[in-house]
Design a protein around this ligand. Structure first.
Ligand code: GYE
Length: 329
């Protein structure tokens, strides 16, 4: 009997030591690995959480599938995680599962792509790009640049390579692309299709456009990876990227800076993937029970191009070569 009692006591003591040592579980449902932006985003958030004392990262890569993300969120609930970081591959279809997260009272932090049910759910904080403004900057850059080289009156054919259909970033950038074009009546959209935010699909789409469209003057690619894929297709077709076809990307990843400095790409609109510090700050506040603003926070972002000095109203472009050494992603 005594032995049993001692054993029970030891178990209870062990359990309480274990719970005191238990780490704060930060779960992150990531979309996949479609682009350089995404890799930098994953690295930034992983490093920030893993580098924090007392926090344990529970990471899931959904490989571009909404059903995988829904499963991951439900797994996080079952595991009893302390907080969930979430970015949705598309913007619709999250209400049910996010309400389940709310019912379990697990704080939710929205990062990058927002779900369209933001108004119907509870969340602790939200950080993401201003996709409409990024899209507007893309087409405005093309319009202003053409004016600056004396082609402001010329009829210009534009192709718009869109991101993953239904993603917040695709919906917002497309809206901004089209709104931005209104100020430049000489720019005409001759094709608009998804390249799914990947290099391979960007290349394949550009290949098919080059075969079916006689005159392409400007490519607006909703991310740099698709622009870089398109550059390969343009070269293979015997045309000169950056000259025969003006190319405006989005994200401002290192490879785009290299392409701009090499004269093969004209501009990239910045969209930062570096959300690690934002997330750490929010999770620390959550742990401390401090109140947070629910307003969607957009990081400050620039525009980079071959020569700098293109005025887009809200921002003036910076010459990529001047800042390439400072780039973090
Ligand atoms: O532009 C693209 C990535 O959601 C802002 O997703 C992000 C976008 C980014 O695949 O490269």
């Amino acid at each position: 009997m005594k032995k049993l009692l001692a054993l029970a006591l030891a178990v209870v003591m062990l359990m309480s030591v274990a719970s005191a040592l238990a780490e704060y579980k930060v779960a992150f449902s990531q979309i996949g690995q479609e682009s350089d932006w995404r890799t930098a985003n994953t690295d930034s958030i992983k490093a920030a959480i893993e580098g924090h004392e007392g926090w344990e990262l529970i990471y899931d890569d959904a490989q571009q599938k909404q059903e995988n993300q829904i499963k991951a969120l439900r797994n996080f609930i079952t595991q009893g995680v302390d907080v969930i970081l979430f970015t949705g591959v598309v913007s619709t279809g999250w209400e049910e599962v996010l309400k389940e997260v709310n019912d379990e009272e697990i704080p939710l932090i929205l990062v990058d792509r927002m779900p369209d049910c933001m108004d119907q759910i509870e969340y602790a904080a939200a950080f993401g790009g201003d996709f409409v403004e990024e899209g507007r900057r893309q087409t405005a850059w093309a319009g202003e640049y053409l004016k600056s080289i004396g082609r402001g009156e010329e009829e210009i054919n534009v192709v718009i390579m869109e991101g993953t259909t239904g993603a917040d970033a695709q919906v917002g950038r497309t809206k901004g692309n089209l709104a931005g074009l209104e100020a430049y009546p000489n720019l005409k959209v001759v094709a608009q299709q998804s390249g799914n935010f990947t290099r391979a699909e960007g290349q394949a789409l550009m290949e098919s456009w080059l075969k079916s469209i006689d005159k392409i003057d400007v490519l607006i690619a909703q991310n740099d990876d698709m622009a870089l894929g398109a550059i390969d297709a343009i070269k293979a077709a015997g045309k000169v990227p950056g000259k025969d076809i003006i190319i405006v990307g989005c994200d401002s990843v290192k490879a785009a800076f290299d392409a701009i400095v090499a004269g093969e790409m004209n501009a990239t609109i910045e969209c930062t993937p570096l959300y690690g510090p934002f997330v750490v700050n929010a999770v620390e506040k959550l742990q401390a029970g401090e109140a947070m603003s629910k307003t969607l926070v957009h990081p400050e972002e620039g525009v980079y191009d071959m020569d700098g000095g293109i005025d887009l109203g809200t921002v003036v472009s910076v010459k990529a070569a001047d800042v390439i050494d400072e780039r973090q992603y």
